[in-house]
Structures are given as structure tokens and as C-alpha cells.
Design a binder for this molecule. Structure first.
Ligand code: PLP
Length: 375
């Protein structure tokens, strides 16, 4: 079994694994399960700082993104796609799939969205039903100020859909301060539960927009209206994955029990990046570094696969390459959730050092020692 220092899924703690093996009830028929589900949703709302309705959907993180687009989009709707990364851009495909017209506000992928530039764009064109954006775009690790963006959109009565699948729990976020209409989170990133669940916060304005549609939502699994009033009706749209939710509950309790979880992530991320830079490694981003992932350039003369396979096969550590236009160009270290621990980073950076040395790539200092100086 490799140590998975990847940007999700990440390592899962023992108490979460044990919780998943508990005896499970019939979630459609047992009133206690409705109370339990609601309790977990309430705890998630507390972490999201959301006074809106929160639901857990039975499907991996992508389900939340698709559900938001499926539930809001009607044929011909203009939707603003705020794009400074691969997941940011990808929202446009969901919008098209459901008949909407994606309009892109595209900016440089090495930096966060410039909120003032977006303001100027909106002064010229603001006829959008909703806008999509990503909190932390994992293929590059860029972090966006989604609360400021969402509040700006509110000035133009544009609903906001925010993907924080890989941001939340390692980065602070507040639904209420940002007036975020739909927030999508996932189980397998900084929360450190296995993949399989999506958590969404949905505002009254977003539900009103769905209820005021002229046409029905196209789809069942991705229809957020199906969840409305589940508690009063004591009915879910489909059988809930009870064991997954048991595990999620334990992971949520771990987060709630840890004061300073964001600081832990920040400390690890900062020391990691400084140490890599000292060693002469070039990072992809210019600004907007997140607490959860570091993306670095593959050095000249070797392939990403050579590095990734070597560190995995020789030292038992799994890192990740990146996607699409970054494929072959970047390597990513996921230091979020259970991965954001000093010992794990030491082990990872030591293996990283040895891998570079084994492959004949020169480094300017000992990365693990530099990490410990900065930590
Ligand atoms: C991981 C992730 C998702 C979920 O997608 P998968 O790659 O299928 O796990 C969605 N958005 C972001 C930003 C993610 O990092």
C-alpha cells in the first residue's frame, strides 16, 4: 500500500475507516437515520458557515457540480463561467450539456481571478442567470477569493455556484459572508473520507430559481429539488449510502474537534513551498498559492512519469501528475487533510529528494532540512 500524498483522494484516518464498518440500518425506513443524516448536515453547515440548507448527495464530488448546473440551467440561459483553471473551465461543459449558453470570463491560469477586472467585465455584460467558479482549482492549486466574487455577483442579482471540493476544510470559506447560492464540497479531499459523497449548501434564492423554471429539471439523480423537505417528508429521493455517511460523520467530527485546522494546513503548505524553492524547484503559480496542493514544474530532461513511478516504486510514495494542458508538465503534492502532517511531509520530501538524486537531477539544498527550518 502506497502512501497517497496526492491531491485527493488523501489518506483516511482509522476512526473514519472504523465508522464505515459499523452496522447500518435501513436508511429509507428508520426514523433515526433521518435524524442522523440531518445532524451530519447541520455539522457541515456549521463548518461551511451556512444558514442555508445543506444536503449530502450519494455520489463523488463531480455530482455536486453537475447537480447545480442541471438544476439551474434552462435551454438558452446565459451562464457566466469564471475560468482560471481546468475545473473552472469544465463547468462550461455541464452548462452546454443542459442547454445553456456558457460565456467565459477567462483569465491567466497562474494567478487568482482579479475581482476588479471581473467588475469591469460585469459593467459591460451582466445578463447571466448564474455564474460558476472554483475555490481551489486542483490541477494548478490556484486559490480564488470566491466570497468577494460571489458578493460582486450579488450586486447584479447573479446566482453563484462555487466548487470548493478541494478547498474546504484546508481553506476557510463562509457561505453566509460570501452570499454563496450553491456551494459544492466533496468527501475525499481535505475532509479525508474516501471518495463517494458530495455535500451541497443551497440558498433559498437558488431553490426559488429552480421552482420558477418554465421547464422541468432534466434528470433525477442531479435534481436538487428532490432533496427539498426530505426531513418533513421522511423520504430521500433514493436509498442513502449509510456506511459512507457513517464515515463522513466521523471525518466531520475530526474537523470539528481540531481547532486551528486551517493554520495546520497553512503551516505545512508554506514550509513545503519555501523548501522546494530553496532547492531550486520551480513552482507553477505566480500567486494565489493554496494550503492544499503544490504544483511544480517537471525539470528539463526527465518525464513526469519517470519521477512519479520512481518515487512510488522505490520509496512507496504516490504523487500526482496533472491534467489536460498540464499533463506531463507539472507534478503535484497533495498536502491536505490527513496528508497535512509534519511526519508525512518529511517522508515525502525526503523521498522526493532521493528520487531527484537517483535520476541525476541537481538540487540546491536538502529539502527536508529546509522544510524543518521553515516549519
Ligand atoms: C477532485 C475535484 C472534484 C471532483 O472531481 P474528481 O476529479 O472526479 O474527484 C471537483 N472539483 C475540484 C476542484 C476537485 O479538485
Amino acid at each position: 500500500m502506497y502512501k497517497i500524498m496526492t491531491p485527493g483522494p488523501v489518506q483516511v484516518s482509522e476512526n473514519v475507516r472504523m465508522a464505515r464498518s459499523l452496522e447500518a440500518t435501513n436508511p429509507d425506513l428508520d426514523p433515526a437515520f433521518f435524524d442522523f443524516y440531518k445532524e451530519v448536515c447541520d455539522k457541515l453547515a456549521q463548518i461551511m458557515d451556512s444558514s442555508q440548507e445543506v444536503f449530502i448527495l450519494g455520489g463523488e464530488g463531480i455530482l455536486g457540480l453537475e447537480a447545480a448546473c442541471a438544476s439551474l440551467t434552462e435551454v438558452g440561459d446565459r451562464v457566466l463561467i469564471i475560468d482560471n483553471g481546468i475545473f473552472g473551465r469544465g463547468f462550461g461543459e455541464f452548462v452546454s450539456m443542459y442547454g445553456g449558453e456558457p460565456i467565459y470570463f477567462k483569465s491567466d491560469y497562474k494567478n487568482p481571478i482579479d475581482v476588479e477586472a471581473l467588475r469591469e467585465f460585469l459593467q459591460r455584460d451582466n445578463d447571466f442567470k448564474y455564474a460558476t467558479m472554483v475555490h481551489m482549482d486542483t490541477p494548478s492549486g490556484v486559490l480564488n477569493d470566491v466570497e468577494a466574487i460571489s458578493n460582486l455577483l450579488k450586486e447584479y442579482s447573479i446566482l453563484s455556484v462555487v466548487d470548493t471540493v478541494a478547498g474546504m476544510f484546508g481553506e476557510a470559506i463562509s457561505v453566509d459572508k460570501g452570499n454563496i447560492d450553491i456551494l459544492c464540497a466533496g468527501s475525499q479531499k481535505a475532509l479525508s473520507a474516501p471518495p463517494g459523497l458530495t455535500m451541497v449548501s443551497v440558498s433559498k434564492a437558488a431553490f426559488d430559481s429552480m421552482l420558477n423554471r418554465k421547464t422541468n429539471i432534466c434528470g433525477f439523480y442531479a435534481n436538487l429539488l428532490m432533496y427539498r423537505g426530505y426531513y418533513e417528508k421522511q423520504a430521500f429521493p433514493y436509498t442513502m449510502p449509510a456506511s459512507d455517511i457513517n464515515g463522513l460523520n466521523a471525518a466531520v467530527d475530526n474537523v470539528l474537534a481540531e481547532k486551528g485546522i486551517i493554520d495546520r494546513h497553512m503551516r505545512i503548505a508554506t514550509a513545503t513551498r519555501k523548501a522546494l524553492v530553496d532547492a531550486g524547484i520551480k513552482l507553477y503559480l505566480e500567486s494565489g498559492f493554496s494550503n492544499n496542493v503544490t504544483a511544480l514544474y517537471v525539470p528539463e530532461g526527465v518525464s513526469d512519469k519517470a519521477i512519479l513511478n520512481h518515487i512510488r516504486d522505490e520509496y512507496g510514495i504516490m504523487l500526482a501528475g496533472s491534467l489536460e494542458e498540464f499533463d506531463g508538465m507539472l507534478i503535484r503534492i497533495g498536502h491536505m487533510g490527513e496528508n497535512a502532517k509534519k511526519e508525512d511531509m518529511e517522508m515525502t520530501l525526503e523521498a522526493f529528494q532521493k528520487t531527484y538524486e537517483d535520476l541525476g537531477i541537481e538540487l540546491k539544498c536538502n529539502i527536508k532540512e529546509a522544510f524543518n527550518r521553515y516549519y
